[in-house]
Design a protein. Structure first.
Length: 248
């Protein structure tokens, strides 16, 4: 092989690699979007849709994420988020543990349907915890094969501007909309073994459910003290439900 021929082969190889890389990059947004809506329901056992995903250098922007409700609930969704921003250490994307520098969830709309001791959020949390207990370390691919779940580290997670739409059966389907305080979690999975997606989902959903129940409980207490049409028996049953919840 002459040097001239060798140089031509090198040029052709570089062009082929560039074309393949371009095709992969152009399809990464779609690949990540499909992964979210495929693997998410495996963990939560409810539907999940995403309008769009955009990948940048070490960043992921998720638009219009909607998490559905378990069977038996009237409201169509448990949560919708217009904007989720994720910052990732790009050098860890192909490693055994992906390091997520931050996740910022902006102004989610949360739906609370049911009672303080049994509601759509607690049902989804139970689903996630069940996944974590049974097959925490694996996921099932679209081809039906089982593979190890990626380990994660999340340095900073924050939810801001959340509001919860409440349909409370314990007060005769009383409806209200309440603001939630900011939720901030940090240093998740910083150990050598990281944290699985199921465990991460459990921590996040647990924090959301806890904040929501506290907000609803506070509003019920206000209603019990000020409303004249609740009745002593109704107020006592609500207070009992609050007490039972926090004993768990």
């Amino acid at each position: 092989m002459t040097k001239k021929t060798f140089r031509k082969l090198i040029v052709i190889l570089v062009i082929v690699i560039a074309i393949v890389a371009a095709v992969v990059v152009m399809n990464l947004d779609r690949i990540v979007k499909e992964a979210v809506v495929y693997y998410g329901p495996q963990i939560t056992k409810v539907s999940m849709t995403v309008d769009s995903v955009h990948l940048g250098l070490g960043t992921v922007e998720i638009k219009d994420l909607v998490i559905g409700n378990p069977d038996g609930y009237k409201t169509p969704q448990a949560m919708s988020v217009g904007d989720v921003s994720v910052a990732v250490n790009p050098t860890t994307v192909l490693s055994d543990k992906i390091v997520v520098l931050s996740i910022k969830v902006k102004s989610p709309d949360i739906t609370f349907e049911g009672g303080l001791t049994g509601n759509n959020l607690s049902q989804i949390l139970d689903n996630v915890n069940g996944t974590a207990r049974t097959n925490n370390a694996t996921v099932t691919t679209p081809s039906g094969k089982t593979k190890p779940a990626k380990k994660l580290e999340v340095d900073d997670f924050v939810i801001t501007g959340a509001k919860v739409h409440v349909n409370l059966t314990e007060l005769g389907s009383k409806e209200m909309t309440l603001p939630l305080p900011d939720i901030h979690l940090s240093n998740l999975g910083t150990g050598p073994n990281g944290i699985t997606p199921a465990d991460l989902s459990s921590r996040i959903l647990g924090a959301i459910t806890s904040a929501t129940v506290k907000a609803v409980s506070g509003e019920i207490t206000n209603l019990g003290g000020n409303a004249t049409n609740l009745g002593k028996q109704g107020v006592n049953s609500v207070k009992g439900a609050i007490g039972n919840l926090f004993k768990k």
